[in-house]
Design a protein around this ligand. Structure first.
Ligand code: NAD
Ligand code: MLT
Length: 523
């Protein structure tokens, strides 16, 4: 297996990769260079320098994973990777403390004019009154985005005896209370805060979350910091606010276009700027490189990814518990799809009993994958299953109920095409999945190998001729189940067979008096 590392990566990460694979470190590649190189590699490791566009992704043949040694994946076309079945992982925690510390350093630099004073003294000036600062003690800090980094900044600011206000629509008031933080709207924060810092991802909701109107509401001595992503604060509005003394200062680590050499921001008064240094510490670079290298090793060796952006990732302990259900759901949906045909309209996955209380997203994805595989073969995988279902307008419906009957946990998969339906119910016993219902009929089947599912009228002399037919053709029956039904009603017979059954034999079985339909499925 070959791994391409296309941005500088710490030695520890490279060493780990080299223990397992052939690794090429080729930095500064253009888009065309990357397109040319992609077909050779199984994994791509990047930082923020490489732009992984849809054209780059399209050019890959064997690529299984793109690892971003850092948090933001804005330089990767995740949608295109997902469509192509490539896992995208990041390293969400490795640099959070460094980014939080950089934010605090920026805040202190703003409060005490340290960069400007340093520059002045080095040009042989002694301007003590020019660089009069402010204390942060007792001041109010507004944090927009109270995620990993925002929370670490809040904690450190409280250590400096600051009052912390925050806005984050995805953080509950209880969680904020635990952190000693008061939640408020952006509008209310900007009116009262002495310092404001943004820590959201750049999305359509957060782009320009601080714009001209917000600046107009700020106190004249307010100072603002952006160590998250360029564009969260509108750069033109910021330049106007700084140059017209609407606010007292800004410290900016990230820009809409990097490097920001053409940006008018760099010439603004009271602006402190660093060249995207939030994660630039020895510790953070080792952390993110090792984290991503571990993910690449795991995925290329057939294991799971902990920090996948485009597949549901769950805790390892839960994954162990879910593993047999994942296999069972995939097998049952694949079998249902084989029974029905190919133009599925809807797949329902229902969870009953204890499993309903768990995070079952990986099981649902597996069911979708199993269904689509009948039509799409190896083009579908756990990464692109949901997006392929969406693009083919297949509705995926998940439902949960804590009620249990015979077993502590059961799952049901039902696939629909128009009026036709095929469903299976299964459970896990001793770590092994088994099918306990096919449509309405109760069965007891360990899924493996080939199975004939024959719908028939429950009357004498139907099952016998089918078995004789298979025997005559040297096809061994290794298991047999007949669903319970009223005499004369329709039921199903499920025959496990040791080898594939050729079409003419199945056709002959369908002509046995009382057989309504007979299908061969591979479990
Ligand atoms: P995170 O996902 O842990 O936190 C982001 C928070 O933003 C979440 O709590 C989320 O609920 C919140 N959020 C999302 N939409 C929002 C909205 N509309 N309004 C308010 N809050 C919203 O991410 P993180 O690891 O804390 O990273 C935060 C940012 O810092 C990211 O943009 C990341 O790329 C950036 N970052 C920069 C550097 C650097 O070198 N400067 C280093 C690391 C991370
Ligand atoms: C990140 O998103 O992790 C940071 O911006 C740091 C980086 O890009 O290296």
């Amino acid at each position: 297996m070959k791994v391409l590392v296309s941005d500088p990566l710490s030695e520890q990460g490279l060493t780990l990769l080299k223990e397992h694979f052939t690794v090429d470190l080729l930095t500064g590649l253009s888009e065309d260079d990357l397109i040319e190189k992609m077909p050779e590699y199984d994994a791509l490791v990047i930082r923020s320098g490489t732009q992984v566009t849809s054209k780059v992704i399209e050019a890959s043949i064997n690529m299984k994973i793109i690892g971003r040694a850092g948090v933001g994946v804005d330089n990767v076309d995740v949608e295109a990777a997902t469509q192509k079945g490539i896992i995208v992982v990041n390293a969400p925690e490795g640099n959070m403390l460094s980014a939080a510390e950089h934010t605090i350093a920026m805040m202190m630099s703003l409060a005490r004019n340290i960069p400007q004073a340093n520059e002045s003294l080095k040009s042989k000036k002694w301007e003590r009154s020019k660089f009069m600062g402010v204390e942060v003690n007792g001041k109010t800090l507004g944090v927009i985005g109270l995620g990993r980094i925002g929370a670490e900044v809040a904690k450190r600011a409280q250590g400096l005896n600051m009052v912390v206000l925050a806005y984050d629509p995805f953080v509950s008031d209880e969680r904020a209370k635990e952190m000693g933080v008061r939640m408020m709207s952006v509008r209310d924060i900007v009116k009262v805060a002495d310092f404001i810092t943004v820590h959201t991802p750049l999305t359509k909701e957060t782009r320009n979350i601080i714009d001209a109107e917000e600046f107009s509401l700020m106190k004249r001595n307010a100072r603002i910091i952006n160590c998250a992503r360029g564009g969260i604060i509108n750069e033109d509005a910021l330049a106007h606010a700084l140059n017209n003394d609407i606010i007292a200062g800004a410290a900016i680590d990230v820009f809409v276009k990097e490097p920001p050499f053409e940006s008018s921001l760099l010439d603004c008064k009271n602006l402190i700027a660093t060249p995207h240094l939030g994660a630039s510490t020895e510790e953070a670079q080792v952390n993110v490189a090792v984290s991503v290298a571990e993910e690449v090793v795991s995925v290329l060796q057939g294991g799971a990814a902990k920090n996948a952006i485009n597949i549901p990732s769950v805790k390892p302990e839960l994954m162990t518990m879910l593993a047999p259900y994942i296999k069972l759901a995939e097998t049952m949906s694949n079998a249902c799809a084989q029974l029905l045909g190919k133009n599925y309209e809807k797949i329902g996955i229902s969870y009953y009993g204890d499993i309903a209380e768990k995070d079952t997203r990986p099981v649902t994805v597996a069911a979708v994958k199993g269904m689509l595989q009948v039509a799409l073969g190896s083009a579908v995988n756990y990464v692109n299953a949901n997006s392929l279902a969406k693009s083919r307008q297949v509705e995926v419906v998940e439902s949960k109920s804590e009620s249990k009957e015979e077993f502590s946990s059961t799952i049901m998969v039902q696939i629909t095409i128009g009026q036709e339906k095929a469903s299976m119910v299964g459970t896990v016993i001793g770590g092994k999945g088994k099918i306990i219902r096919i449509n309405q009929e109760q069965v007891d089947i360990i899924p493996s190998g080939y199975m004939i599912v024959a719908k028939h009228i429950n009357k004498p002399n139907v099952i016998g001729p089918c078995c004789i037919l298979l025997g005559k053709n040297n096809i061994n029956i290794s298991g047999m189940q007949v669903g319970r039904a009223s005499i004369g009603g329709t039921t199903i017979m499920a025959l496990n067979v040791d080898s594939e059954v050729p079409d003419p034999i199945l056709e002959e079985m369908r002509s046995v008096e009382g057989i309504i339909d007979a299908k061969l499925i591979k479990l």
